[in-house]
Design a protein around this ligand. Structure first.
Ligand code: NOJ
Length: 749
């Protein structure tokens, strides 16, 4: 009986070629157009298999070839029965190959799996965290680091990364600012597109991986900076301040988008019809795949938006969602929801079609193990070239915040340095949660990196990691300081406090670290602070006590070497911060994109009563967006406009001479901001709309040019359409968002 059944099935599955040889099923025939193959495959799939394509689970604890791991048996059974479309957190050639084999060789239709992972700033060669890299204002550099990350990941069996994270945020309490490009939506859009280009390349091939724009949408605005919290804002604010980077990434061709954990307009975004249906699919015409965040379908129950998993599946699907990451709800309830007519088969088919299309485009039906190649895994990962690129990126991500009396640079070997800081000799604390397969033991720490240039350097911890005051460590540090010419102190926080689920109420320098600095100050020796962490910290107490400050963020594999380049002056720092450094915790969230209010402070000082201000601190941050110093000096001449007026369809040109008046070559990020003085929606007092990173030799002057058109001057209305209203505008040019020179422009109808 079994044999007869198998024969019938066999006959149903193949067609005979004219020569009498079994012909390939159309979906397996690589000579046919992809859409034809998809149609054929879809027509053969049961609703259960379709739901399976929308199911994604975490490989989690695979330790050996997955097949032999008894704990993973049920997942393998799901693969075998076509109830799994993709995995996350499975990587490595051995593992991915073993699991793919089950899908391809043992499941009824042999549909290959996708393997995804959070390759955020490197797979094994770890680059600076995205926030740090963004401070380089070097889009090519960011594109390059993503492309190296992709190259390594693709050699480890991966097809897909959950990056870039493009959530705009101005809230240093939120741990996930580390993953983004800072507080500015216009700049964030450029970075988002660059990162998509880097991960994906021009074509799908085994040196690239699919990118994912996340977290759609508005996650960076979580209330009070508290992780997983709600978001509530007007559509007009959403469009102008939060959506531009997602849109830019979608336009750059991002293959996938991930929902956030937050709500928008009172609805968890995984089931948000406006965001998913109207904006992403209709307005932007997104053709790729949408994946939920980890169990975010399930979490709609905790939000109090749905009563049970079935309800969650119905709401998410009807809003336009597709892949269910880790809720395991869709695979369970979608078939019955379709049978009951509660979810349309058209939506399911559309979602499955998109996933299959990607699998076909990646060539997985022809070469299911194409990304799992032992030789490539050995030769492409953690190469000397990749480490060199990581070092280049690291040095370009370090922001010089202060340099009193030119304490920096310190030429290699020229001074006796005493280094302090409990994270300075730890590879682990330089890595954040999203450090892929990065290995802390192979990381150049601040201590090991600096020692190569300063062999006589001494090191002591100076403070306890847990924040506790420890007089014995201070005593030891003071003894050591006596023997040194310069004191270099790592302060700040470790990678363990950066990223998801790392919200803090006090993004500050710990009191025990300030205690150490106070004590060392008594020696009268110059102090250089190396500030670590994945977010801007309040540096107001630290700043007056030290001579120089380098914001080092978390720089990855080449941390020590990268910082050494800057400290010794072999590289002249050129990074500028993409998040404001708050003056005090009470200012947070803080961005340069503030509104004038009805009661602005008088710009030139004067009577400030009954004005929009704090009574105890200034309104301004300690360091504004766009701020960063160099070892040389840049002087801005008077900017000019080629015409005082323009038509809405016209353009004007802004020019500004910039001179390197110091004694060494350097790079400067020249910035352009705009202001719309009277508008039908109130607009920020400054909005970044241009920048140029120029390299100037000592004594050289360059005229930097910007073209301003309607695109730079318009705002987006609540439907996301650009609107340019004639009237008065200001254009500002300068080295950061605060120190700018103003030009007046009139847009005539
Ligand atoms: C949750 C995070 O929010 C998201 O960014 C990540 O991609 C997924 N987990 C998968 O690890």
């Amino acid at each position: 009986m079994k044999i007869i059944l198998q024969s019938i099935l066999f006959c149903l599955f193949i067609t005979q070629s004219t020569a009498g040889q079994p012909a390939k099923l159309p979906y397996k025939n690589a000579t046919l157009p992809i859409e034809e193959r998809i149609n054929d495959l879809l027509s053969r799939m049961t609703i259960e298999e379709k739901a399976g394509q929308l199911n994604q689970v975490s490989g989690g604890a695979f330790t050996g070839p997955a097949l032999n791991d008894p704990g993973q048996k049920s997942k393998m059974e799901d693969v075998r029965t076509g109830r799994m479309g993709s995995f996350l957190n499975v990587s490595g050639v051995v593992e991915t190959k073993a699991i793919q084999k089950i899908a391809v060789e043992e499941s009824r239709l042999g549909i290959p799996l996708l393997f995804a992972m959070d390759v955020i700033h490197g797979y094994k060669t770890i680059f600076p965290v995205p926030l740090a890299e963004a401070c380089s204002w070097d889009l090519k550099l960011m594109e390059n680091s993503c492309s190296i990350a992709a190259k390594e990941a693709a050699a480890a069996g991966l097809h897909w990364t959950f990056a870039p994270m493009v959530d705009v945020s101005d809230d240093a309490r939120w741990g996930r600012v580390v993953e983004g490009a800072g507080e500015d939506p216009w700049f964030g859009a450029l970075v988002a597109a660059a990162r998509v280009r880097g991960f994906q390349g021009k074509t799908f091939d085994d040196a690239h991986i699919l990118s994912t724009v996340k977290h759609f949408a508005g996650y960076g605005a979580v209330q009070s900076g508290r992780e997983y919290n709600y978001v509530d804002m007007s559509r007009q604010r959403l469009w102008n301040a939060y959506l531009p980077p997602y849109q830019a990434a979608v336009e750059a061709g991002a293959a996938s988008v991930m929902n956030g954990f937050n709500t928008f307009e009172g609805i968890p975004v995984s089931a948000q019809p406006y965001l998913v249906g109207e904006v992403l699919k209709k307005k932007w015409g997104f053709k790729g795949i949408l994946v939920s965040d980890w169990a975010s379908f399930d979490e709609m129950m905790s939000w109090g938006y749905v009563a049970n998993q079935k309800d969650a599946t119905e709401k998410a699907m009807n809003a336009g969602s597709m892949i269910d990451m880790e809720s395991r709800a869709v695979v369970k309830y979608l078939p019955e929801l379709v049978k009951e007519g509660k979810v349309s088969i058209q939506h399911v088919d559309d979602a499955v079609r998109r996933i299959l299309r990607i699998k076909f485009q990646l060539g997985l039906f022809e070469k299911p193990y194409g990304y799992s190649d032992e030789a490539r895994e050995k030769s492409r990962i953690f190469t000397a070239e990749h480490r060199m690129q990581a070092k280049e990126t690291a040095k370009r991500s370090v922001v010089l915040l202060k340099n009193q009396n030119n304490v920096l640079p310190i030429a290699a070997g020229s001074k006796k340095i005493a280094l302090f800081g409990s994270h300075a000799n730890s590879g682990q604390s330089a890595l954040d949660f999203w450090s892929g397969a990065g290995d802390a033991r192979q990381l150049s720490t601040l201590e090991s990196g600096l020692r190569e240039d300063f062999p006589t350097m001494t090191y002591a911890k100076g403070f306890q990691d847990n924040g506790a005051s420890d007089p014995s460590l201070i005593k030891e540090a003071l003894e050591m300081a006596k023997q040194a010419d310069v004191l270099v102190i790592q302060v700040g926080i470790s990678g363990a406090l950066a990223g998801e689920d790392r919200s803090v109420a006090f993004p500050v320098i710990g009191e025990n670290q300030l205690e150490l600095v106070r004590a060392l100050r008594t020696t009268g020796k110059p102090i250089v602070a190396l500030i670590t962490g994945g977010r801007p910290l309040v540096l107001t107490q630290l700043e007056p006590m030290v001579d120089a400050m380098l914001q080092c963020w978390l720089l990855g594999t080449e941390t020590g070497h990268g910082v050494a380049e800057v400290l010794t002056g072999r590289y002249n720092p050129s990074a500028k911060t993409v998040m404001s450094f708050p003056y005090a915790v009470g200012q947070i969230p803080i961005s340069y994109r503030v509104f004038n209010t009805g009661r602005p402070l008088p710009p030139a000082g004067g009577d400030s009563t009954w004005k929009s201000r704090y009574r105890d601190i200034p309104n301004d941050p300690l360091y504004p967006f766009g701020y960063g110093l160099s070892y040389t000096r840049f002087e801005y001449g008077t900017p000019s406009l080629n015409a005082p007026t323009m038509k809405p369809n016209g353009s004007v040109e802004v020019t500004v001479p910039v001179t390197n008046s110091g004694s060494r070559e350097g790079e400067e990020v020249v910035q352009l901001y705009i202001r719309d003085h009277v508008s039908s929606i109130v607009r920020p007092v400054k909005e970044l709309k241009g920048f140029r990173k120029v390299s100037l030799k000592a004594g050289e002057t360059q005229t930097v040019r910007f073209t301003v058109t309607a695109k730079e001057l318009a705002f987006l209305n609540a439907e996301g359409d650009p609107v340019l209203e004639p009237g008065k505008f200001s254009l500002f040019v300068g080295p950061n968002s605060k120190q700018t020179q103003e030009l007046k422009l009139e847009v005539n109808p």
